[in-house]
Design a protein. Sequence first.
Length: 224
Amino acid sequence: MVRKLVAVAAVLCVSQTHAQVSTSAAFVSDYRYRGVSLSDGEPAAQLSLSYDAPTEGWYAGGMASNVRLARENGVQVLGYAGISRRFAPEFSWELGAEYTQYSGPHHYEYPEIYAGLTYRQISARIYYTNDYFSVGVPVLYAELNGSRNFTDHWYAFGHMGLLRRNGYPSNQARMDYRAGMGVSLSHCDVQLAWTTVRGAEYVHYPVAWGAGRDAWVVSVSYAW
């Protein structure tokens, strides 16, 4: 699956003269996905790339990260593509789709579609899939993200998410929260965040007990 990401990167780089291609590498002390640790509380290394064609109004990209699911080490590969349009000076909307696949003996994989709105440094998205983590269950996930710059380098950020099994009672809903501070230094970005989960902690995640407990997470990324 890593080869797939490399192939996408090669295609995107061919078109670099017509749009903007960016790549980043990151190290996180705990890989939290929608509030749940997909690395079993251990560090993870990640590679991301994105392709933005502002004049055409569309974008695409992908990321790869090591994970540990069902007590087995593996790799997560996620690819996405979408369109974005501005309908006011500070407002924009977007529509897109993404596909996530995991290596390992269980072969978890699922597609998602999403829609979003952005206003200045605040964004909201809602995702839908009919087969979350290949268990045949439809899931809705809504998130709200925001950030606030204090200086040219320092900023604060926050996230709130709601995951719900479509058509199931409210006790199958789960909230996740994340808040922290970050500093941007040239091409490097460092963040410290606190994350927690409330509600049905293990809704369709093949993770170890305690993977959704409160945690502090440090991340360091370098973009070029």
